[in-house]
Design a protein around this ligand. Sequence first.
Ligand code: TXA
Ligand code: MG
Length: 352
Amino acid sequence: MEAKPLITQVYQPTEDAIRLAARVLREGGLVGMPTETVYGLAANALDENAVRAIFAAKGRPADNPLIVHVASPEDAEPLCHISDAARALMARFCPGPLTLLMPKKPTVPAVTNAGLPSVAIRIPSHPVCQQLLRVCRLPIAAPSANTSGKPSPTTAMHVYHDLKGKLPVILDGGECQVGLESTVIDMTGEIPTVVRPGGITPEMLLTVLPEVRVADSVLRPLQKGEKILSPGMMYTHYAPNGQLTMVRGAQANVERCCLQKYAEAKAAGRSVRILAFDEHLPAYRDAEALSIGRLSELETVSHRLFALLRELDDEGVELMYTEIPPAEGLGLAIMNRLSRAAGFRTIDADEE
Ligand code: TXA
Ligand code: MG
C-alpha cells in the first residue's frame, strides 16, 4: 500500500527540532538523521509497523536486515548477547563508525533484523544523533537514507532529494565526516570477520583483537553458491548512470592510460571525466579532471566520494576513469565502494 505523501521539513538541529524528531519516532514515524558516516532513515526499532515503513520508504527488500542504533553500550544490553571481545571493541571504538553483529535477544522484532539469529548494533558519535537517541530513549533502526540504488546520502539535501514526501522531519547535521557507511564486523563466529569495511579499518581492529578476518567478498563479486555473510551484499550496489572504470598500475602508466581513454572518448563525442587524487591533478591539466581527494589523506576521499558520484550523475557524464588507492587502511573501504560503483570494471595500465 502506498503511504499518503507527507510534507518533509528540513530542520537545523536545535533542541526544539530534536524534541520534535524524538516525538515523531515515539509515535511510530520516520526521521532523517545525521550520523558521522552517512544519513540514516530512522524509526523505533521495537515498533514493527514503524520498521515496515522504513522498508516501504526506501523500496528495500524485507530480507535485508537493519542496523539498530543506541546511545551507549549499556543501551545495547537488552537487545543482544555481548561477548568479551565485543565489549573490548565497543570500549575502544564506540561511539564511532563501527557496527557489531551479535546474537540477538527476543526484544528485537524479526522485521528489524530480517528474522536472523544476529542483530547489528551501532553507537554513532555524531552529536545530533547522540542527542536524538538520548531524548527519545529508544533503540533506532536506520538504514542509509537513500532510495535503494542511489549512493548513501552525506548531506541533508541528499536525503531530501531521495525521500521527500515519505517522512516529516529531516535533521540537518551538516556534511557527514566519514562519508562511507560504518564498518560491519560479525562477532558471532569463532574469528571476528569484517563483512563491510568502513572508517574503522582492519588494522585498527587488530589493536584490540588477536585475529580479524576480512570477508573475501569485500573486494570481489559474490560467487555462485557462496555463503552470504551480510545480506546487503546480495543486492546491486549503487552504480552511476555513466560508466565508471578503475585504472590501476604504476602512476606514470595510469596517467598515460587515463589521458588516452579521455582523448578517445572526446574524439567520439562522449562526455568524459578523469577522477584523480589531488597530488596527481597537474598531470591532467589539459583534460577535464576532478579531484577525488588526497592520496596522502584518504579521509578526504571517503568524505566526498558519494557526493561526487551524485554530482557526476546530475551532470549526465557518460564515461569516468578513476585512479584508485591501495586496498589497505581506509583504502579498503574506498576500494569496496568504488569496485561496486564500477561493477568491478578495471583496466591494468601496466598492460595497456
Ligand atoms: O553507517 C552506517 O552503518 C549507516 C548509518 C545510518 O548508521 N547505516 C547503514 O545501514 O549503512 P544499511 O542498512 O544501509 O546497511 C547495513 C548493512 C547491510 O548490508 C545489511 O545487510 C547488514 O548491514 N546487516 C544488518 N544487520 C545484519 C545482520 N544481522 N547480519 C548480517 N548483516 C547485517
Ligand atoms: Mg545502505
